[in-house]
Design a protein around this ligand. Structure first.
Ligand SMILES: NC(=O)C1=CN([C@@H]2O[C@H](COP(=O)(O)OP(=O)(O)OC[C@H]3O[C@@H](n4cnc5c(N)ncnc54)[C@H](OP(=O)(O)O)[C@@H]3O)[C@@H](O)[C@H]2O)C=CC1
Ligand SMILES: CC(C)=CCC[C@@H](C)[C@H]1CC=C2C3=C(CC[C@@]21C)[C@@]1(C)CC[C@H](O)C(C)(C)[C@@H]1CC3
Length: 411
């Protein structure tokens, strides 16, 4: 029997339609009465519900504001990983400053009468303009990459198939002058936008119910901690796969600019339209789950970053390691001796804690947990391949000593 292969780029083209469609599906379902994750949303929006010049203006102002904060003098400049041509790029470390400045500006606006809660009524048109921006931006990045030298290209995303390369991104670190597009998008407009949308949902809930619910406070608090932590440890993002390995194309541009703010705020969106009772004892247990997740996530990420920066740092110097042919070492005790991706485990436990305040009557608030599990399992497999290539036998030895990938004794 002959096997019929889909034309190259078909998967990428399908994902480019599927990802925005999923995001709009989630936005529509969250505000519908039955809030059913599976199945069609009760009604499709009229085109005028999607398009609003006000939303476009607001979105462009937001991007401009975050770009301006990025360009402000930074207290520190960090160096990225070594590139193919042996050079290292420099990055400003001022993401937390951008979060604080945004909070001050929003605080000033609200005290001057800015109706922050109204933002919740603009989520659909905002998501639409964010998606359009991601498409246009990725197109510009693709065209820019056609002129980039071979040394500036990402390991993937250079197949020669325009659709596939547009999706994955050809250039590793596209820059305009010293402005690094991928680094900026990864941590600023989307992540800070997510926190702002959550806050708007909390304000709107307070206007409707008289005060925000305990469940809404928890979701806002947990996710603010996550975003604040990412910006506080901004330098650590420079060693993630997205920055060191992946090109900047539609997947990351859409992920950073649209997917993160509009789908990661799904729990708060669900709570606005489907208030959930939450007793203090249950809330305390959920806080504990989040704290455990955060403890593992932060402990594991900090241990690896400290070790990679300076293996003789007293906080990691006593840990057991194995040597690799590259001269780098691998940790085999501490967090990295428990499973091969302890940071993913902590992240997943936190994801569970973000959904639990929404109760167990609906699957919708658990979408993030499901999607994130799939993303991390796939990411772990990709990282495994890269580590095997980098470290060869030493990686086999690490896998023998630490047999579980993410969850001890299970996976
Ligand atoms: N909320 C979200 O949507 C997402 C969150 N994340 C989070 O981002 C964080 C970063 O994840 P990610 O970039 O995938 O990868 P990791 O931070 O897990 O980094 C993997 C790298 O760590 C190094 N490493 C692996 N094992 C060891 C060891 N035993 N000792 C020392 N170094 C080791 C290797 O690089 P090398 O040896 O070259 O240093 C490997 O390539 C995670 O906490 C993850 O949960 C990720 C994706 C999405
Ligand atoms: C479905 C789809 C469009 C996928 C694209 C994936 C992106 C949404 C994620 C890839 C890696 C990410 C990271 C974070 C956010 C989500 C994306 C962009 C991150 C910034 C979240 C905060 C963390 O502390 C982090 C800094 C470690 C993390 C880095 C990876």
């Amino acid at each position: 029997m002959r096997c019929v292969r889909a034309p190259p780029g078909t998967g990428a083209a399908a994902l480019m339609l599927l990802l925005p469609a999923t995001m709009f599906h989630l936005l529509l379902v969250a505000r519908s009465g039955p809030a059913r994750l599976l199945g069609l949303p009760p009604h499709l929006p009229a085109p005028e519900a999607l398009w609003s010049p006000g939303a476009l203006l607001l979105w462009l102002t937001w991007l401009g504001l975050q770009a301006a904060f990025y360009l402000l003098p930074a207290h520190k400049m960090a160096e990225g990983q070594e590139l193919k041509d042996k050079s290292r790029l420099r990055y400003p470390i001022n993401g937390f400053q951008a979060l604080v400045l945004t909070a001050l500006l929003v605080g000033l606006g609200v005290s001057a009468g800015l109706p922050l809660g109204m933002l919740t009524e603009m989520l659909l048109p905002l998501a639409w303009v964010a998606t359009l921006t991601a498409f246009i931006f990725s197109l510009l990045l693709y065209l820019k990459a056609l002129m980039a030298p071979a040394s500036a290209l990402a390991p993937g995303g250079n197949s020669g198939n325009p659709v596939y390369d547009f999706f994955l991104g050809r250039e590793l670190n596209p820059r305009f002058g010293s402005f690094d597009c991928k680094y900026f998008c990864e941590l600023r407009p989307g992540l800070i936008g997510w926190v702002l949308i959550n806050l708007a949902l909390l304000v709107q809930e307070a206007e409707l119910l008289g005060s925000p619910s305990l469940a809404m406070w928890l979701v806002n608090g947990f996710q603010l901690l996550y975003v604040g932590d990412a910006l506080w440890h901004e330098e650590a993002v420079l060693t993630t796969m997205d920055i060191t390995h992946d090109g900047f194309g539609f997947m990351l541009a859409f992920g950073d600019l649209a997917w993160v703010p509009f789908t990661y705020s799904l729990q708060a969106q669900f709570l606005l339209y489907h208030p959930q009772p939450l007793e203090l004892p249950t809330a305390s247990v959920i806080c504990l789950v989040n704290a455990v997740g955060y403890y593992i996530f932060r402990g594991a990420n900090s241990q690896k970053n400290t070790f990679r920066k300076n293996p003789s740092d007293p906080r990691v110097a006593g840990l057991e390691t194995i040597s690799t042919a590259t001269g780098k070492q691998l940790l085999v005790s501490g967090w990295w001796g428990m499973v091969r991706h302890p940071n993913y485990l902590g992240d997943l436990i936190m994801a569970l804690a973000w959904s639990l305040p929404c109760g167990v009557s609906h699957l919708l608030p658990y979408f993030y947990l499901l999607y994130f599990t799939a993303l991390l399992v796939h990411r772990e497999a990709r990282d495994e391949q890269q580590c095997l290539q980098k470290y060869g036998l030493a990686w086999h030895e690490y896998c023998r000593r630490v047999p579980y990938r993410i969850v001890p004794y299970i996976y």
